[in-house]
Design a protein around this ligand. Sequence first.
Ligand code: SAJ
Length: 424
Amino acid sequence: MKVCVIGLGYIGLPTAAMLAKNGNTVLGVDVSPAVLESIRKNGAPAEEPGLREFVMATLDSGKLTLSGTPEPSDVFILCLPTPIKKDRTPDLDYVESGMASILTVLKRGDMVILESTVPPGTTAGLVADMVRSKGFDPMKDLDLAFAPERVIPGNIMREIQELDRVMGGLTPRASERAKNLYSCFVKGQIHLTDATTAEFVKLVENSYRDINIAFANELARISPGLGINVWEVIEIANRHPRVNIHTPGPGVGGHCIAVDPYFIIDSAGPELAKLLSAAREVNSSMPLVAVSRLEDEMGTVKGKKIALLGIAYKGNVGDPRESPSLEIFRMLEKRGAKVTAHDPFVKISPVPLHTLEETLRDSDAIIIATNHSAFSKLTPADAKKLVRGKLMFDTRNVIDPAAWKKAGWTVLILGDGKSRVKPE
Ligand code: SAJ
């Protein structure tokens, strides 16, 4: 097959490379010359284990080539971002312009697959309407399907091959054709359904996680008042075979879980999507919960130097998008604190980053906001010579509180009513 993948972000690029490695001739298209340049030079614009080497090898084989514009192909796959607007309604502009770019080269018999997360009805609505505007019958002249990605940043190269997939065509023929294409590298099962169901399934998966995390965060807000430790509560409750409560933290970041529930809320309306709206509210409140806890402890953060560890939205990735750490950073600054931040993974950051040493030096308090494994290895001895105040606030429960307490630190753990261990 000749395949054209539109959008070479964290899904489009590995998908293009997988298809190229497994028997197809692939043209990877991105409108950003900077993205194309960095793929040509380094194999990928962002860190993802195993991706660079894999992309470089497929580029060297000649099976994957890159361009700024689409060319006539048998299949077009759209992997474009679908953010939310300021009013929290879906922004489909990238999908629309990606579709517009392929309409110029689309011909009868081609297949168009949308991978981007979209509101239910987008493939049957917007996508079908756009091909209709070019004189094609979306049910007869072309095969249109929705095939959402499901991979987790940090483990993309394994999950892209191993996870089950859901795919929904506008016709059974389109579904089957999409399945045949992806079967060349997907080892998991491919479940076929209609396009709108597949679109909804994708949103439901991320919304399930958002609601579950909100439950954990709500428990984290309740537990300290009861003098108990939420982490202990969840650990023991999860021993029940039918309980699986997720992990509390300073909030939900990234461009998926913190965004996708709004697509359902927008489609269904707040009256029907009550639980989803409440979960968003709880998770969005967590940066403030964390900042308030620190303020309570310190009296005021005004004029204090706060060392913020972790800018990425989650552990061991370098992506700061929608990260709760950024909100914590801004809230602390707004309250007059001098915040210095460190993140060993983030290369491009919206806030200034410093070395660990610079960040800790003369700080009055440390706040751990991201669960990078490196932070769990941090010891009181590493920090001792640098800091001014011995206050450690761990919002991710990654440190060993006993070790820090023993070294004379006041330790706070988010959601832990037992953790305010005073120095011995
Ligand atoms: N988080 C918690 N507690 C948890 C789990 C996560 O606070 O128990 C926080 C993280 O720290 C992070 C945010 O939630 O800030 C989201 O992280 P994540 O690891 O849950 O998810 P993402 O956004 O990296 O990837 C998700 C995945 N979806 C599901 O697991 C259902 C991934 O499989 C999707 O492909 C991806 O969204 C996507 O692109 O939609």
